[in-house]
Ligand binder design. Sequence first.
Ligand SMILES: [Zn+2]
Length: 115
Amino acid sequence: MHEMGIAQQLIEIAMDSIPKEMVNPKVEKLNLRIGKLSAIVEHSLTFCFEILSKDTPLENARLDIEFVPVTVRCDSCKHEWEVTGPEFGCPHCADGNVKMLTGREIEITSLELAD
Ligand SMILES: [Zn+2]
């Protein structure tokens, strides 16, 4: 279960982005973008987050996860498409020279603080 390490990192990044001058900050919601290839299980991440965020400003924050599809681009013909199966070859020119555009990200897009 690699969600524990990821939850830890997300909490550290979120804590860093809370303005230092805030007194008793409280995060209500954390908006995340997670690539489908990052192999994160949502309920595992939520579970780890709840454990690790205890006694921090992120305690009880809600995780709003947007799953990002896996998209790639063919270097030969510049065709871009969404990968839904194990096949990564270009359907357009059958070239194997394919670059991943999205699908591996794990990032915080924003966090919402309580007033
Ligand atoms: Zn191609």
